[in-house]
Design a protein around this ligand. Structure first.
Ligand code: PXP
Length: 261
């Protein structure tokens, strides 16, 4: 069975299909269909599908969520803001997991992690509602020890570590910046696992940046969207996801090999 080696379990790939819907919405109508992309992603090696239902519905729609729930067999990870509207939608559909993210209307994409440490936040009650329906709850947080401790204390099952700063460092930083971000992620992955949280990671990952994160043994899932959908224009969705899957698997196998050497 996948995932039974606790030292370095199988690494799952969650494919985020939001930007198939972005292209569809540019013209209205139904093409390209994100649900069709989800089926193809699964055939190509995705272990789960991620979709962000934003408050302004700029890409994924309510109908997409309903169709994903009824048509796909892979677990759905519903990304959403901490609002009453989103809670009702999640409780209606009961996805496998909800990843709670901060949302600001003007942002191009999710910019920073959720602040799980904020005093008086509504996370404990919100998370309790979701968990009462057996929905697994993930918090998308910056790689920071205080956020991890807060995530555990508000009852999250999972933390998804924000890999955006690491990916930005690979584009705009020097070796010291990059190594610093990798170290920060690795340390946080280990702190989160020790706190009993399942550890995921994502945001901005590409063929060039995935290896370092995939090699971190505590991380069990990566969520990747924009790069895969963009790269699929050139290489096709099946082949692009297959290549990402292979890079992840190789990095994880090498990490496992060097750990046991
Ligand atoms: N994880 C979270 C919580 C996100 O908000 C996003 C972006 O929607 C991703 C992962 C995937 O990021 P990207 O599209 O840059 O791969």
């Amino acid at each position: 069975m996948r995932g039974n080696n606790l030292k370095a379990p199988f690494l799952r790939l969650g494919v985020n299909i939001d930007h198939v819907a972005t292209i569809r919405n540019a013209r209205g109508g139904g093409h390209p269909d994100p649900v069709r992309a989800a089926h193809l992603a699964a055939e190509a090696g995705a272990d789960g599908i991620t979709a962000h239902l934003r408050e302004d519905r700029r890409h994924i729609s309510d109908d997409d969520i309903a169709r994903l729930m009824s048509e796909i067999t892979q677990p759905l990870n519903l990304e959403m803001a901490v609002t009453g509207e989103m809670l009702d939608i999640a409780l209606k559909h009961i996805p496998n997991a909800c990843c709670l993210v901060p949302e600001r209307r003007q942002e191009i994409t999710t910019e920073g992690g959720l602040d799980a440490t904020a005093k008086g936040n509504q996370l404990p009650g919100f998370i309790r509602h979701l968990k009462s329906k057996r929905i697994r709850v993930s918090l998308f947080i910056d790689p920071n020890r205080h956020q991890i401790e807060a995530a555990a204390s508000v009852g999250a099952d999972i933390v998804e570590l924000h890999t955006g700063p690491y990916c930005d460092a690979t584009l705009h930083g020097d070796r010291v910046d990059i190594d610093g971000e990798i170290e920060r992620l690795a340390e946080c992955a280990s702190v989160a696992a020790a706190a009993g949280l399942e550890v995921h990671a994502g945001h901005g990952l590409t063929f060039d940046t995935v290896d370092a994160v995939a090699a971190m043994p505590e991380i069990v899932e990566l969520n990747i969207g924009h790069f895969l959908i963009g790269e699929a224009i050139f290489g096709g969705l099946h082949s692009t996801i297959g290549r990402m899957r292979a890079l992840m698997d190789n990095a994880r196998a090498q990490a496992r090999g060097s750990a046991s050497a």
